[in-house]
Design a protein around this ligand. Structure first.
Ligand code: NAP
Length: 460
């Protein structure tokens, strides 16, 4: 069964869901298309009423939403509550700012007047991952619904109840039928849907494999797409870093959301002169995390999202070792029910080891020593990914200089405050293209139309 809630804390199946039949899917797309014809005519203020109402409802039911996420994908309850509140903030942010972001832009041609208008594309197909089961939905729903588009959304198979809860949220907030539709569909149905002439754009957040497949299909159909894919972000520790501040952020950066964040700190690149101290303190701090039930606030190390995710991570660590990496800590699944992975530190990862290039989506640290700043930058850039990264130093100017030389979509100096509603999020290289959030996020799926007025004689 593809759509199933399984509690990763104990492996128990909670609920299973059937995929839509083709005729149910056809009905959903037709309804979204009909809805678009009226939704696009609404004012921003009219759209904002629904989005603000949804945000208010979310804030009023933080625990209900949070517990569902913890049940389905094992997110620690505190983090789940934070995600729910932040998702509500994203909806509110676009309710408040969409009109200004999409206001006509005056241009200055040599003759006459001209301006750019922004108009919605139509029905968009969004494919979203389980790791932030509400935030990922809010990242598309906030901007795209305010822009006047309607959405049909395929969420990940392991979080069907979160997906349904978000759809219900919008309906409860007064959304007309077809404004936001959750689709419980197969990959094959998804592919056919991309071919459907009524689908005008495709947004994916997920793995590189999914990105290649969905972007190719969208490309064949000449449909605009945005791809928010994986990452293997560098956490660069310069020789003058303040370790008292850096170590807690290193722990947070690797371990937040069980290590299952696209822009998590994954490759720790540390200057030789500070490397021994850093790794000793980092290991001590990681060892202090408490394994347990993600529903309990005292737990600081929960399960991975699914058994399959755990098996994949264990396999990657084994392969890394076969290819010469050393295990400084952890390396195995934890012997207890549920999909728990030991916190793992890998060292001696050389080029040619699959671990040198692959993304570890869980609590696995890849640790590298480098002789100087230039080598740190070169190693950070020796990656197929280009999502984010951070640099740690007491000298902010030096940090900015290093940040400018790392080829990613986002760089953070002495922080990993990854995401804010008002800041664009996204990457380059295999991390994808396009941006979500901020002003840029709402511009991805609107037609930028030039309107020019010139008083001219007829051509001779
Ligand atoms: P995934 O397997 O690619 O799944 C993500 C979504 O894509 C799910 O809804 C999945 O559905 C769907 N999907 C996968 N292949 C598909 C296909 N051929 N046709 C239609 N739908 C397809 O990703 P994951 O491994 O679960 O999620 C983690 C990945 O997402 C990591 O690489 C992470 O870095 C990345 N991510 C990126 C960002 C970002 O903003 N850049 C944010 C979060 C996560 P099923 O569940 O039904 O297979």
């Amino acid at each position: 069964m593809a759509y199933q809630s399984i509690n990763p804390f104990n492996g128990k199946v909670d609920k299973t869901f059937k995929e839509l039949t083709d005729s149910q899917l056809e009905h959903a797309v037709a309804t979204a298309q009909t809805c678009f014809t009226s939704w696009k005519t609404k004012t921003y203020a009219e759209r904002a009423v629904i989005l603000e109402k949804a945000a208010t409802l979310m804030r009023g039911h933080v625990d209900d939403f949070a517990k569902l996420a913890t049940l389905e994908m094992g997110k620690r309850i505190n983090e789940a509550r934070g995600e729910v509140k932040f998702s509500a903030d994203i909806l509110s942010y676009y309710a408040q700012h969409a009109e200004a972001f999409l206001a006509p832009q005056k241009l200055h041609p040599k003759s006459g007047e001209a301006h750019m208008e922004s108009t919605p594309f139509g029905v968009l197909f969004c494919v979203e991952p389980w790791n932030f089961p509400y935030y990922q939905l809010a990242r598309v729903a906030g901007p795209q619904l305010m822009a006047g588009n309607t959405l049909v959304v395929k969420h990940a198979g392991c979080v069907p109840q979160c997906a349904m809860a978000f759809e219900k949220l919008l309906l409860d907030a007064g959304a007309p039928a077809g404004l936001y539709t959750n689709l419980v569909i197969s990959h094959e149905q998804s592919e056919k849907l991309i071919d459907d002439v009524r689908i005008k754009g495709v947004a994916l957040t997920g793995s590189v494999v999914a990105g290649r497949s969905i972007a190719a299909r969208a490309g064949q159909n000449l449909k605009k797409s945005s791809m928010e894919l994986g990452g293997s972000d560098a956490f660069i520790v310069l020789d003058d870093a303040d370790l008292a501040k850096t170590i807690p952020w290193a722990v947070w950066g690797r371990m937040y959301n069980g290590g299952q964040t696209c822009c998590a700190a994954k490759r720790f690149i540390v200057l030789e002169s500070i490397a021994d101290k850093f790794i000793e303190q980092f290991k001590t701090a990681l060892s202090a995390l408490k394994v347990g039930d993600p529903m309990l606030e005292a737990t600081t190390h929960g399960p991975l999202s699914t058994e399959a995710a755990l098996l994949q991570l264990v396999h990657q660590v084994d392969e890394a070792v076969v290819h010469g990496a050393k295990v400084l800590m952890g390396g195995k699944r934890i012997k207890r029910p549920g999909s728990f992975m030991e916190i793992t530190i890998l060292t001696d990862i050389k080029p040619g080891n699959p671990a040198f290039r692959d993304e570890f989506f869980g609590p696995v640290v890849s640790f590298f020593r480098v002789k100087d700043e230039a080598e740190a930058i070169a190693l950070a850039n020796d990656s197929d990914f280009g999502l984010g990264g951070s640099v740690w130093t007491k000298n902010a100017a030096r940090g900015k200089r290093v940040a400018s030389q790392v080829d990613t979509g986002m760089m953070f100096v002495n922080n990993i405050d990854w995401t804010d509603a008002e800041l664009p999020f996204g990457g380059i290289k295999d991390s994808g293209y396009g941006r979500e959030l901020g002003n840029m996020g709402i511009q991805e799926f609107v037609n930028k139309k030039l309107v020019r007025t010139v008083v001219m004689d007829a051509p001779a």
